[in-house]
Design a protein around this ligand. Structure first.
Ligand SMILES: CC(C)(COP(=O)(O)OP(=O)(O)OC[C@H]1O[C@@H](n2cnc3c(N)ncnc32)[C@H](O)[C@@H]1OP(=O)(O)O)[C@@H](O)C(=O)NCCC(=O)NCCS
Length: 176
């Protein structure tokens, strides 16, 4: 089944919606993320607003309800600012397999093209839905970090993926 979702870039004024979907992600899919619900649930709303300034974050809306998100953050520093790191990719379970994830990644790639030349991401080994989706958009695996995360259930490996954005802007190093 396919759905139609409104994908929009979240602004600092959308901090409440961002907080809702981010905490839902950490609570519902803790194995998929490096951060934890306990850490972020105690942060003030201003922290979430600030994150919407430092990162480009996209929300997927079904009507007025935010049901998914994905973000990218440009790396800082003259030799790495041609790259951005994809983070926080999540769709609420009841809305999965209806195209929201694909719509989010498509919007993210389109926006990143204007800013950077290359996207990188990490994904937990064995997260086949996410790896299949990233692969569908052209991401390729360049390595696996063994024991990248340490959880109460043990160590977890992470797959490292990258996507070149050949028609992207020649990202100017920051501060030049
Ligand atoms: C990964 C995730 C965001 C995908 O969202 P989604 O809305 O279900 O994605 P889509 O409906 O757009 O599916 C797109 C593609 O994902 C893959 N996919 C989705 N569900 C899948 C499943 N159960 N098994 C295998 N592949 C799957 C397919 O490649 C699919 O493409 P297709 O429709 O052309 O076959 C969602 O599963 C999720 O939130 N997972 C938990 C959090 C997570 O793992 N985040 C990634 C962190 S790196």
């Amino acid at each position: 089944m396919s759905g139609s979702f409104r994908i929009t870039r979240l602004q600092p004024s959308d901090a409440e919606a961002f907080r809702t979907i981010r905490l839902a992600a950490l609570r519902t899919a803790p194995e998929a993320f490096g951060s934890t619900y306990e850490i972020e649930a105690n942060r003030p709303l201003s922290t979430f607003a600030e994150r919407l300034s430092s990162s480009a974050v996209f929300g997927a809306y079904d009507g007025q309800q935010v049901v998914g998100m994905a973000g990218f953050m440009q790396e800082a520093g003259p030799k790495v600012s041609h790259k951005a790191f994809v983070w926080g990719f999540y769709v609420e379970p009841a809305w999965r397999a209806r195209g929201a994830g694909s719509a989010l990644v498509a919007a993210l790639i389109e926006a990143a093209r204007d800013v950077v030349e290359q996207l990188t991401l990490t994904v937990v080994e064995g997260n086949d839905p996410a790896i299949a989706l990233y692969t569908k958009f052209g991401f390729t695996t360049y390595g696996v970090e063994p024991r990248a995360l340490k959880t109460s259930a043990g160590y977890v490996n992470e797959v490292l993926m990258t996507l070149r954005l050949p028609s992207g802007a020649d990202a100017k190093p920051k501060g030049t």
